[in-house]
Design a protein around this ligand. Structure first.
Ligand code: NAD
Ligand code: UDP
Length: 315
């Protein structure tokens, strides 16, 4: 786009990450088209953007073709919480795979640059720690998480085949656990679960013994990484890890949330779901090198903002 605003499509734009991305792209002067079928996303996440003349909302399911004219595409459409992506696993795979085919086809037709929201789940239950992009992963192809993990792996395959076969300009980000305001209270992922349980004075549910680890990135940091990757030179295709390398156990997260909310919640233990990865931590050397990117928000600060959001919302 030589003159005027860049036209940017965000699929999954009414979701947790998508709504923050739409907001940032508008703030940076883009014309934003948000596509969502509201499977896990909600209008409340983007209601404050609807009055902006450079924001457009389209209700559409990405498993069906879409005809638009845009310069860039961020493909985020896909339920991300294990509870939601396992509810209709066939639809989850369709969303990842057919969604990728449709968006790549669109990018090819209009010669747009296209970004894929991939995931640390492509590493499965990793035997290499921390995870580098060169690690090919340890995914169970027939387990309950496979609809998501293999769907996302296949989407990566499609991105790289379109790149090699059709010269498409692609960007693939492998996103590690991210949290922040606008996660749905019923999202089911650990940070929102713990905060909502604590604020409602309910028991904190730790799955397993709480010794499994994750590394949590605050949403603002992640979105900055998305935009830097999209704006990077075309040879920076990724896959590139985006996440916060500070690793902690789920048990430590529970204690931190209880302490920060001042809740009197007890901690209860529930069975560990099948194939739940035991450890996860991103190696972000590539993001540092190619995007000059690293997270800036410490866990306590991010949790403070997230707790304030849920306190307000639950009130
Ligand atoms: P989310 O569930 O809040 O957002 C997903 C959005 O996609 C929702 O608005 C949902 O309604 C929409 N959607 C789902 N299926 C669709 C379809 N068929 N057509 C159109 N829209 C559809 O989750 P999120 O955390 O915002 O995740 C966004 C993306 O980032 C996902 O692709 C997810 O796999 C990826 N990701 C997120 C994380 C994280 O920690 N948040 C980690 C790794 C990867
Ligand atoms: N978890 C937990 N209690 C909850 C929700 C999740 O102990 O109420 C655990 C889950 O078993 C996993 C970790 O927290 O080990 C992160 O889970 P989440 O669903 O947030 O994302 P994942 O990284 O597993 O995709």
């Amino acid at each position: 786009m030589k003159y005027g605003r860049k036209r940017v499509l965000v699929t999954g734009g009414a979701g947790f990450l998508g709504s923050h991305l739409c907001e940032q792209l508008l703030a940076r002067g883009s014309d934003v088209l948000c596509v969502d079928n509201f499977y896990t996303g909600v209008k409340d996440n983007i209601a404050h953007l609807l009055g902006n003349p450079y924001f457009e909302l389209i209700r559409h399911d990405v498993t069906f073709p879409l005809y638009l004219e845009v310069d860039e595409i961020y493909n985020l459409a896909c339920p991300a919480s294990p509870v939601h992506y396992q509810r209709d696993p066939v639809q989850t795979t369709k969303t990842s795979v057919h969604g990728a085919i449709n968006m790549l086809g669109l990018a090819k037709r209009v010669k747009a640059k296209i970004f894929q929201a991939s995931t640390s789940e492509v590493y499965g239950d990793p035997e290499v720690h921390p995870q580098t992009e060169s690690y090919n992963g340890n995914v169970n192809p027939i387990g309950p998480r496979a609809c998501y993990d293999e769907g996302k792996r296949c989407a990566e395959t499609l991105f790289f085949d379109y790149h090699r076969q059709n010269g498409l300009r692609i960007r693939v980000a492998r996103i590690f656990n991210t949290y922040g305001p606008r996660m749905h209270p019923d999202d089911g992922r650990v940070v929102s679960n713990f905060i909502v349980q604590a604020l409602e004075g309910r028991p904190i549910t730790i799955y397993g013994d709480g010794s499994q680890t994750r590394s949590f990135c605050y949403v603002d940091d992640l979105i900055e990484g998305f935009i830097r990757l999209m704006d990077a030179p075309d040879d920076v295709t990724g896959p590139i890890n985006l996440g916060n390398p500070t690793e902690l156990t789920v048990g430590q997260l529970a204690e931190t949330v209880v302490a920060m909310t001042g809740a009197g919640s007890e901690i209860v233990y529930r069975p560990l779901p099948a194939d739940d990865p035991l450890q996860r931590q991103p190696d972000i050397s590539l993001a540092r090198k190619h995007l000059s990117w690293a997270p800036t928000v410490a866990l306590e600060n991010g949790l403070e903002r997230t707790i304030a959001y849920f306190r307000n919302r639950l009130d």
